[in-house]
Ligand binder design. Structure first.
Ligand SMILES: *[C@@H]1O[C@H](CO)[C@@H](O)[C@H](O)[C@H]1NC(C)=O
Ligand SMILES: *[C@@H]1O[C@H](CO)[C@@H](O)[C@H](O)[C@H]1NC(C)=O
Ligand SMILES: *[C@@H]1O[C@H](CO)[C@@H](O)[C@H](O)[C@H]1NC(C)=O
Ligand SMILES: *[C@@H]1O[C@H](CO)[C@@H](O)[C@H](O)[C@H]1NC(C)=O
Ligand SMILES: *[C@@H]1O[C@H](CO)[C@@H](O)[C@H](O)[C@H]1NC(C)=O
Ligand SMILES: *[C@@H]1O[C@H](CO)[C@@H](O)[C@H](O)[C@H]1NC(C)=O
Ligand SMILES: *[C@@H]1O[C@H](CO)[C@@H](O)[C@H](O)[C@H]1NC(C)=O
Ligand SMILES: *[C@@H]1O[C@H](CO)[C@@H](O)[C@H](O)[C@H]1NC(C)=O
Ligand SMILES: *[C@@H]1O[C@H](CO)[C@@H](O)[C@H](O)[C@H]1NC(C)=O
Length: 783
């Protein structure tokens, strides 16, 4: 007898195992839940998937206990009245759009010597020394406008005045150096203390605890952009603040507000409600064309600040206040004026940067002011401010523009600095007996140039907002329940204003309903610390302008209209042409249009003469009756598109002259972005017939056994992405007779018995152990 070689035994064992596994999986599919034996296995599997997607598990923790959830990029919250059309470019589809470039390090050798907190500058023989120092609070001027910096040419070594917050110096042979610092002023501290003490006295509270409130704005960062650019910072928060064994988990808590919709995709319309509680339009009306540079108009700006601004409010309640915004252009300053009523104001340093280092908040390139990139000074100034006024109430508004220009990926250079900043901050507050509320946010989202895309729209109008606080504060306010539920609600800019105005009373234990009633906002708002935001709040309710609202829906139009609509007709016929070009190459029979199943239309910016319009068209062909194709196409002015001449598979454009205005010619562009095959296909390639082997823009493929979609797509030579048009897909599955259930906030689509489950996990990385995943596998060239 011949003993089989070892490899053959392994093959046989493998075969047996495979057969067993197939049988097991078949049983899983077809077995009715009556049989208990399989139920047990089944539960095990669900448990396993819950372990993998821990953050999606319903919380069993008592909802009043103060706790955080893992910050997770791919969470798709929605409410009945606010379903975002897109969540922006996620980690699976952003690569070609959001490239990171490297920036040079700032390489200056400091000419400042710091001894005992005093800066000295040496003047070597035979060199000229030039010094500028900014020591006068009254001279600080926010925004654009030119300053004459008083220049000193010292005869000898020079000592910077201890009162000066910024300075610059240069040897005749060097490019010089600049510095910004926060200088403690006894006057500000005493004033805050006086007011504080008066309020404590009148309130009779015995448990005064100083509170720090920081509003930190990074201009132009979408929620995706936060996760895209500050990876280390987010990871650190997850490891050290959120995870129960983190160093700061016992004392601090973090909330991620996912449903924020910018009022418009610009700074001023968002900042004015955030800082003043009224709209930009209302503020400008109250200012009656006040001019920043006219002395006689200054009282108008001052009055507006006094009546509405957060800095005045906090100041009047015994806080030392600080205002830092690194712009050298006039936007927000048209509403605030150049003089801010805060105690500290760091403005002129940026103008100095502009004068000596070509600093500009609109510049997208390497930027250094002296030895460091601009954001370094803002973080440093804030840290120093917070340290200088320990034991006092503090309010700081800090606004930086590191992500302002271009696609915002320059923010990445600040990642490590933010991580260190938060580390140091929490370390200090961990040891102190004070409370802190840190609102880390953006005014509006990331600009992606391409105004027509839905992912681009989401990037532009969904800014990030995290709230970081110490648990004792949240607990004393009994706010956990509200802060948490509101992370899943449409939070408005006016809510933040109202909430902070309320919070200002907390050190005196006086935040109450009658205080809240006295706070005016132009649009109805809630204190997110003690009220639940209405679950069906709409964009309109939140003051969001129609053209910037993400909760827009495709509407169905009659498929018959194709016959008379040149745009949709072009899309379908051109799609079939593109498919036929591929079929021709592989000697397969060409397709002809059989039926148009559905046309969906979405018109953006309806008030424009040629609104950006999206179409999703489902159609079938005579030669392959089972197949359902989906074409995504847009129509709009040519200038709404970028990279218009790029040739990618299954993309096509048609340009048509529209009008001439003056010397400008206007063209409309109809662009097919993708042609996809909607009906899910099986994994096994060899079952495919002729036309079935075509790789479309998106291909919906059943996940393999014990495989995730990353692997499934990869084995087809495609890339896994999250699903592009979930509602269109759910409509399609519904029509195929499946029940649709939304089971979580993830991006997955999973077929289980007669149910298509949306959202149980991350569509690309999750293991589909319950049913089978429907993977969206995309052509590499389109990513
Ligand atoms: C710095 O401070 C220390 C202690 O106050 C003092 O002894 C020393 O002389 C100071 N150095 C300078 C250069 O002023
Ligand atoms: C100026 O500073 C340099 C370097 O610290 C030192 O060597 C020099 O003696 C100083 N000169 C005077 C006049 O103090
Ligand atoms: C600078 O000049 C002075 C007087 O001209 C001289 O005494 C001194 O040695 C010089 N110092 C250096 C570092 O060259
Ligand atoms: C400028 O000159 C001084 C004295 O001659 C020297 O110490 C320094 O290194 C020079 N700096 C640069 C940037 O060349
Ligand atoms: C603080 O109050 C004291 C006593 O009431 C007063 O003398 C002082 O001038 C006040 N300081 C400020 C800065 O208002
Ligand atoms: C500010 O408030 C004062 C007093 O209530 C009022 O007279 C004034 O009109 C207000 N100014 C603005 C710009 O709202
Ligand atoms: C709310 O706070 C105010 C302080 O402005 C106080 O006068 C009032 O009595 C408080 N109301 C309640 C119900 O505690
Ligand atoms: C929101 O819900 C409330 C009741 O829960 C209802 O009165 C209101 O009409 C709803 N509004 C919208 C826009 O659905
Ligand atoms: C596509 O997938 C391949 C591996 O399958 C990977 O190397 C590549 O980075 C992916 N491309 C994109 C844009 O994700």
């Amino acid at each position: 007898m011949v003993i089989p070689a070892i490899p053959q035994i392994i093959k046989i064992l493998g075969l047996i195992f495979f057969l067993w596994l197939s049988l097991f999986i078949m049983l899983l599919y077809f077995y009715d839940s009556e049989n208990n034996t399989f139920e047990v296995y089944f539960e095990d599997f669900t448990l396993y998937s819950e372990l993998l997607f821990d953050h999606l598990k319903p919380e069993c923790i008592d909802s009043d206990e103060v706790h955080s959830h893992i910050l997770s990029r791919d969470q798709r919250e929605e409410t009945p009245s606010y379903v975002p059309i897109s969540y922006g470019f996620d980690s699976y589809n952003e690569k070609s759009f959001f490239q990171f470039k490297s920036y040079d390090k700032c390489n200056f050798n400091s000419i400042f010597t710091l001894i005992n907190n005093t800066y000295y500058i040496a003047k070597p023989n035979n060199t000229e020394l030039l010094v500028i120092q900014g020591c006068n609070r009254d001279e600080e001027q926010f925004g654009g406008g030119k300053l004459e910096f008083p220049i000193i040419f010292p005869e000898d070594n020079f000592t910077i005045n201890d009162n000066c917050e910024y300075f610059y110096a240069r040897h005749s042979n060097s490019s010089g150096n600049a510095m910004l610092r926060n200088v403690y002023k006894q006057e500000y501290a005493s004033k805050a203390k006086n007011i504080s003490e008066a309020i404590i006295k009148s309130s009779g509270t015995t448990e005064f605890r100083p509170l720090t409130v920081v509003m930190f704005v990074i201009d132009s960062v979408s929620r995706q952009g936060l996760y895209r650019n500050l990876k280390k910072t987010i990871q650190w928060i997850n490891d050290d603040v959120v995870s129960s064994d983190g160093d700061y988990a016992k004392d601090f808590v973090v909330y991620d507000y996912k449903l924020i919709n910018a009022i418009e995709a610009f700074t001023v319309p968002n900042l004015v409600p955030l800082l003043y509680g009224i709209s930009k339009e209302q503020a400008l009306k109250k200012l009656v064309s006040a001019n920043n540079d006219k002395i006689e108009d200054q009282h108008k700006f001052t009055m507006l600040q006094q009546n509405y601004s957060l800095f005045s409010h906090f100041k009047s309640l015994g806080y030392v206040t600080m205002f830092l915004n690194d712009v050298v252009t006039d936007y927000l300053s048209k509403v605030t004026g150049r003089k801010i009523l805060s105690d500290h104001q760091a403005s002129n340093f940026w103008k100095l940067g502009k004068e000596y280092y070509q600093y500009d908040d609109f510049n997208n390139n390497d930027q250094c002011i002296g030895e460091y990139p601009p954001h370094y000074y803002s973080l440093k100034y804030l840290s120093e401010f917070l340290k200088n006024y320990q034991n006092y109430n503090r309010f700081a508004y800090v606004h930086i523009n590191t992500a302002h220009a271009g696609i915002g990926t320059r923010l990445n250079i600040a990642d490590s600095d933010f991580k260190t900043f938060f580390q140091d901050l929490l370390q200090i507050y961990k040891q102190s007996k004070e409370d802190i509320l840190f609102v880390f946010m953006s005014d509006h989202g990331t600009s992606r140039g391409d105004f027509i895309g839905l992912n681009s729209l989401a990037e532009r109008v969904n800014p990030f907002q995290l709230i970081i606080s110490n648990k004792r504060l949240i607990k004393s306010l009994d706010a956990q329940k509200y802060l948490e539920i509101n992370t899943q609600r449409l939070v408005s800019r006016y809510d933040i204003y109202r909430s902070l105005k309320n919070i200002a009373w907390v050190p005196y234990r006086m935040m109450n309903d009658s205080i809240d009633e006295g706070i005016y906002t132009e649009i109805k708002s809630v204190n997110i610390f003690n009220k639940e935001i209405f679950f069906n709040r709409t964009c309109d309710d939140a003051g969001v302008k129609e053209n910037f609202c993400l909760a827009v829906k495709f509407e169905d139009i009659d498929p018959i209209s194709l016959a008379t609509n040149d745009i949709t007709k072009f899309a379908v016929l051109e799609s079939i042409n593109m498919i036929n070009a591929v079929l021709g190459k592989i000697n397969c029979q060409k397709y002809s249009l059989r039926i148009v199943f559905r046309i969906q239309k979405l018109q953006m910016e309806k008030d424009k003469d040629l609104p950006n319009t999206h179409y999703l068209i489902q159609f079938g062909v005579n030669e392959n009756p089972n197949a359902v194709f989906l074409t995504h196409m847009t129509h709009g002015y040519q200038n709404q598109y970028i990279g218009i001449n790029e040739k990618k598979p299954f993309q096509s454009i048609k340009r048509v002259f529209v009008k001439k205005e003056g010397k400008s010619y206007y063209y409309s562009v109809t662009k097919i972005w993708s042609v996809s095959r909607l009906d899910p296909t099986s994994y096994s390639t060899n079952l495919r017939k002729c036309g079935e082997s075509i790789k479309f823009s998106n291909n919906f493929i059943y996940s393999g056994i014990s495989k995730n979609c990353l692997e499934t797509c990869k084995s087809e030579g495609l890339n896994c992405t999250t699903h592009s048009f979930s509602t269109t897909l759910s409509g399609y599955y519904e029509k195929m007779g499946f029940d649709i259930e939304k089971v979580g906030t993830g991006s997955s689509i999973e077929l289980y018995k007669t149910i298509v489950e949306f959202g149980s996990g991350d569509s690309c990385t999750m293991m589909y152990n319950k049913g089978t995943g429907i993977c969206q596998c995309t052509l590499k060239e389109l990513l």
